[in-house]
Design a protein around this ligand. Structure first.
Ligand code: UGA
Length: 451
């Protein structure tokens, strides 16, 4: 199969590199010349564990190429994956102009038959619009097409593993032929005849479920899934607040709830809220979409509100511990919206930073991967070489992103170098008793404080 993957952001690069690894001929296309330039020089413009190896290996084997010419890449392929961005508009709806532009290019520039696959997260009925645009603009050029929806469920930081070991592969198609083509692309994964390049051999995992649906159902599955994950996080965060009021411990509460298989343990980690370029924007887009259909999705609006309040709640904890924030030197560990990524989009860590800067704090920060991306937005921060430099002389240390490497820091050294051994853990990353034993005044989320 010759495949074009249009849009070389996180989803496009992971999809393209992994499809190439399965043995398909893939061309990644993007109209951002800078991005293509970086890729052609053998570098990957984002940090995603194992992605650079996968890209370079498949480029070397001639299965993965890149181009800035979207039309040529589409012409030369049987299947076109749409992986262009759908960023939020000011009203929260998804901006679909990238998809519209691509559809017009494909329809006017391509001949023969193409399967056009939505991979980007899109509102329900995008497939219908895509079909219409391809029809209208392709009518004169002898272009035949089919549309399918094949949403991605890739977590940043774990995307390669998620691609090769999905829980499910959703194929929304209006024809048997389109479904079969996509199923064929994923067969090695569906039949587990493929080891993912991250683990060798791969741990035994249940076979992924293949779910063949119509296009609107596939589109809705994506938004419904991300919104449900967001709902779970806001639920545990609301419970964490209740725990603080009533002196309970949210960790044990989550354990007690999550051990019920119907509820499950995942996504019950309380903290400073969900961020990133998926959950916050998808939930907003889903609410707006429902509104358009005449449905007030009050449940999800509340999920969003609870998430926004996380930042105030945490900053208030900082204020209450420090009494006065103004002019205090505070260390922040973690800038990325979650560990194992350099992505800072809608990062709760940055929301906390903004709020502390408003209150005139002096901030020293460290993140293993996200400093370069943060610098242009927050030039006034002191960027440190490591956590030790950030902690030195600080009145408080805030953990905003739970990078695993923070666990093995020499916390006694950190305690001794701080002006005051005050640790505010925004991700419940540490065990309160252990931090208290080390001599920290320790505050976390939904758990009794220790001092
Ligand atoms: C999310 C979904 O998990 C993926 O399935 C989906 O494919 C992807 O969006 C997408 O739409 O492309 P991602 O944004 O990479 O993936 O990150 P998550 O692991 O879902 O975490 C999102 C946010 O929730 C992070 O800020 C994380 O710190 C926070 N979170 C997560 C919590 O606060 N508590 C939890 O228990 C879990």
């Amino acid at each position: 199969m010759k495949i074009a993957v249009v849009g070389c952001g996180h989803v496009g690069l992971v999809t393209g590199a992994c499809l190439a690894q399965l043995g398909h001929q893939v061309i990644g296309a993007d109209d951002d010349p800078q991005k293509i330039d970086v890729l052609l020089r053998g570098r990957v413009p984002i940090f995603e564990p194992h992605l650079d190896d996968l890209v370079s290996e498949n480029m070397r084997r001639g299965r993965l190429r890149f181009t800035g010419d979207v039309a040529a890449a589409s012409q030369d392929s049987d299947v076109i994956f749409i992986c262009v961005g759908t960023p939020p508009l000011e009203n929260g709806e998804a901006d679909l102009s990238g998809i519209d532009k691509l559809a017009r290019t494909v329809a006017t520039q391509c001949r023969g038959h193409k399967l056009v696959v939505e991979k980007s997260t899109v509102p329900v009925r995008t497939g219908q619009e895509l079909e219409r645009i391809l029809q209208v603009y392709g009518a004169r050029s002898g272009f035949a097409h089919e549309v399918a929806s094949n949403p991605e469920f890739l977590r940043e930081g774990r995307a390669i593993e998620d691609f090769f070991h999905p829980d499910r592969i959703v194929i929304g198609a209006s024809s048997e032929e389109a479904r079969k083509t996509l199923e064929g692309l994923y067969r090695p994964i569906l039949e587990q005849k493929f080891n993912c390049p991250v683990h060798s051999p791969c741990p035994q995992a249940p076979r992924p479920l293949l779910l063949a649906t119509n296009i609107p159902t596939a589109e809705l599955i994506k938004h419904a899934s991300n919104s449900f994950l967001a709902l779970k996080i806001s639920y545990i965060n609301a419970l964490a607040d209740l725990c603080e009021i009533f002196g309970a411990d949210v960790t044990m509460l989550a354990e007690g709830m999550g051990s019920d298989r119907r509820i499950g343990r995942d996504f019950l980690r309380p903290g400073i809220g969900f961020g990133g370029f998926c959950l916050p924007k998808d939930i907003q887009a889903f609410v707006r979409l429902a509104e358009r259909g005449g449905y007030d999705f009050a449940l999800l609006r509340e999920v969003e509100k609870i998430n926004q309040r996380r930042i105030d709640h945490f900053v208030e904890k900082v204020r209450s511990a420090l009494w006065v924030i103004a002019d205090k030197q505070i260390a922040i560990l973690g800038l990325a919206f979650k560990p194992d990524t350099d992505d800072i989009r809608f990062s709760p860590a940055l929301a906390v930073i903004s709020r502390l800067l408003e209150q005139k704090a002096r901030l020293k920060v460290f993140d293993p991967k996200a400093m370069e991306r943060t610098q242009p937005f927050f030039p006034q921060l002191t960027y440190c070489r490591d956590a030790y430099e950030a902690a030195e002389g600080s009145e408080a240390l805030l953990l905003a992103t739970e990078w695993e490497e923070f666990r093995s820091l020499d916390w006694s050294k950190i305690r001794d170098s701080m002006a005051r051994p005050l640790l505010l853990d925004g991700r419940n990353f540490f065990v309160p008793k252990e931090m208290a034993a080390l001599g920290f005044e320790y505050h976390s989320i939904g758990r009794p404080d220790t001092r």
